[in-house]
Design a binder for this molecule. Structure first.
Ligand SMILES: C[S@@+](CC[C@H](N)C(=O)[O-])C[C@H]1O[C@@H](n2cnc3c(N)ncnc32)[C@H](O)[C@@H]1O
Length: 217
């Protein structure tokens, strides 16, 4: 528990140092922080809206377990996946959208899809100021024809939800890169390019990079 607290402090400090030279991103980042203090995303509540969203997506409450990717971790992972100017990154299950700031830091277009509307409405205007879009939606239904890179921190998803998400991944263009946290994509046509051990607030975790190559893998 103490180690989680210390990692949390360390990653936030590195995030802020990274953003010091980018005021356009620093202000929204600090805004996300403020919203977190006002209303924590880490304690999911069974509100009417949450139950309705879960019913519509066919998911369980425990799939909403919240965790965020530190900015530096996301930047390093995205760099390794080739994200940069001209890239279009989508975060599926984007939470409060911190990862989108990492994509913007690298000069990419950034869009996040989040099932829980409360996360989105709290921070969407802040992210818009950084040039990132956060939208309410079910990742397993999302239109994925446009992105060059898809990120998902899917550690809490049940196998059935992951399977539906992977079917959605197949609607992407060949050559689209996928960055997943904890577990790789275990399905034909998704060629594993690399695995990296990276720092998350709860400890060291695997990040996997794949490329969609239909008929190849
Ligand atoms: C572990 S958090 C990751 C947040 C962010 N991507 C990051 O890494 O910092 C996972 C998020 O996925 C959301 N989620 C779960 N199922 C979803 C679905 N079907 N569509 C969109 N978002 C979903 C949860 O509400 C939660 O906010």
């Amino acid at each position: 528990m103490v180690s989680v607290l210390l990692i949390g402090i360390f990653t936030r400090l590195t995030d802020v140092v990274l953003l010091l030279g980018r005021p356009r991103l620093l202000r929204p980042y600090l805004g996300l922080w403020r919203e977190e203090f006002r209303h924590t995303p880490y304690r999911a509540r069974r509100t009417f809206e949450v139950i309705r969203a879960l019913k519509a997506s066919g998911q369980r409450f425990r799939e909403l377990i919240y965790g965020e990717t530190p900015l530096l971790t996301a930047i390093l992972a995205f760099q390794r996946a080739g994200v940069g100017h001209g890239s279009r990154l989508v975060d599926l299950g984007a939470g409060r959208g911190r990862v989108l700031l990492a994509a913007r830091w690298l000069g990419a277009e950034a869009r996040g899809i989040e099932l829980i509307a409360d996360h989105v409405t709290r921070v969407e205007p802040l992210l818009a100021r950084a040039g990132a879009r956060l939208q309410v939606g079910d990742a397993t239904q999302e239109d994925l024809e446009n992105p060059t890179h898809v990120f998902t921190n899917w550690l809490a998803l049940e196998p059935a939800t992951k399977a539906r998400l992977i079917e959605r991944f197949r609607t992407c263009r060949p050559g689209t890169r996928f960055i997943t946290v904890t577990r790789p994509i275990e399905a034909k046509d998704f060629v594993r390019l690399s695995r990296h051990w990276m720092l998350f607030t709860w400890g060291i975790e695997s990040v996997w990079i794949h490329e969609y190559q239909p008929g190849q893998g």
